[in-house]
Design a protein around this ligand. Structure first.
Ligand code: GDP
Ligand code: ZN
Length: 431
């Protein structure tokens, strides 16, 4: 294919920059600007790159087709880590007729040349963007082809059921329907398992928003500081200081969390404060998770109850604070107790967050949004097949053919889909 070029390292000043080139005559085009040719593939050569625009001592590696990342002829140039040098080398190559690579185009070519399937190509991006070691592991597994293996095994099972179904239509007395049903249920469970893994990965990848709510002065800002581990919110003794909201990004256990400290919730006649309360309620509504905080040293009061009634219970963790000052008479029955001031009990809240988000074990595989959509369609197909099984065997077979198509698209992509724009467009350039 036509040669493309891009910077593979992040833009900025560093020790080195890597410029990646792939496509027809990559080697010849680059060599026109080197003092000596690149003699051996996969060997690092120290060379002078010089053109009208730039001169730099570089290390260049030539990869012969098909033994490269993309499967095409490739050259990688390591130049000094000044972005201006990298840019001028790239400009030189563009002037020589190369095209600037689009985001993900190198990986797209690797996919086209059969170097990897689509699940692996997508994992490349996840691997680069992974923000935690768990995600990194899951990304590596996916890149090694473990997701494709599981999809391929699912596909085989669907094929197997189709064969059974065919036999059942031809020789009804020889095939037991219950055995087909059993196999379908197995497929169902496996698909659900993959979807579950995808959801976990999604939470670990994107993170969640956590709002701390409660009456003024119960210690919301102090708890936020304890969670984030920094003096960020303004802690004060005058109720209602946090007028709007303050947010801070952190990682709690395995989950990236955007913690939002809101204005205190209470009935008030002050219009500015009313506005703060309104905004706080909106933040609560939008949040993935809410910590409803009260002062355990005075107890669970009527005012707490009133404010708590404004909040969705199922996404809320109730926390009693200031436990270092002792406990008041009445407490919320499900409360976790902490002292934001002395930073005690915080671990248990973090545990509760993992439980509520259903993050019990790290994901073994990464599943992209695209793959997730296809898995959900597959799940629907298998459900339908189960439903139709006893009534219309032909319809059940159709359902399974649809499942088969969805699973195939998952690994190989769709011929009608514009892969470069749908799958690879969120890659960084140079990958
Ligand atoms: P907010 O209005 O809910 O954000 O409450 P702040 O975090 O500003 O805290 C209000 C007051 O309670 C401050 O004087 C804090 O020092 C105090 N406070 C917060 N957490 C605790 C705690 O765990 N124990 C004690 N003894 N005081 C606390
Ligand atoms: Zn506050």
């Amino acid at each position: 294919m036509e040669p493309i070029v891009a910077l593979a390292t992040p833009w900025g000043v560093g020790a080195l920059h890597v410029i990646r080139i792939s496509g027809d005559a990559s080697k010849n085009t680059v060599e026109a600007f080197l003092d000596k040719p690149l003699q051996k593939p996969r060997h690092a050569s120290l060379r002078y790159f010089s053109s009208e625009k730039v001169e730099d001592q570089v290390v260049a590696i030539w990869y012969s087709e098909p033994h490269s990342y993309t499967g095409e002829e490739m050259v990688e140039i390591m130049c000094h880590g000044n972005p201006a040098i990298a840019e001028l080398i790239i400009e030189t190559l563009l002037d020589a007729g190369m095209k600037p690579a689009q985001p993900g185009e190198f990986t797209f070519r690797a996919f086209l040349n059969g170097k990897m399937d689509l699940t692996q190509a997508e994992a490349v991006n996840d691997l680069i963007l992974a923000r935690s070691t768990e995600l990194l592991k899951a990304g590596e597994n996916t890149l090694k082809g473990k997701l494709s293996d599981r999809i391929a095994s699912l596909r085989n099972k669907v094929l197997n059921v189709l064969a059974f179904l065919q036999a059942a239509m031809d020789f009804p007395e020889d095939v037991e329907e219950s055995s087909i049903e059993e196999q379908l249920r197995e497929i169902l469970v496996e698909t659900e398992d993959l979807i579950e893994s995808a959801k976990t990965a999604e939470i670990l990848r994107k993170g969640i928003s956590l709002v701390i709510a409660g009456r003024p002065n119960v210690g919301k800002s102090s708890l936020m500081n304890a969670l984030v581990g920094m003096e960020r919110s303004i802690v004060s003794q005058i109720p209602g200081t946090t007028r709007d909201y303050i947010e801070q990004y952190t990682v709690l256990g395995k989950i990236p969390v955007n913690v939002v400290d809101t204005a205190g919730l209470r009935h008030t006649d002050d219009p500015i404060e009313q506005e703060g309360v309104k905004l706080a309620l909106r933040r609560i509504e939008e949040a993935d998770l809410v910590i409803f905080l009260y002062d355990a040293s005075t107890g669970w009061t009527d005012e707490d109850k009133q404010m708590f009634n404004l909040i969705q219970e199922e996404k809320t963790i109730v926390v009693g604070n200031k436990i270092d000052k002792g406990k008041g008479n009445e407490q919320h029955p499900k409360a976790y107790f902490v002292s934001a001031k002395e930073k005690t009990g915080i671990d248990r809240i973090i545990e509760a967050i993992h439980q509520l988000m259903n993050i019990t074990e790290p994901p073994k595989l990464l599943v992209s949004q695209r793959q997730m959509g296809l898995l959900e369609k597959t799940l629907g197909d298998v459900h339908d097949a189960l439903e139709h099984l006893s009534v219309y065997a032909e319809v059940a077979a159709d359902d399974l053919f649809s499942a088969l198509r969805n699973l195939t698209t998952l690994i190989d992509g769709d011929v009608e889909e514009d892969l470069l724009s749908t799958v690879f467009s969120n890659f960084c350039i140079g990958k």
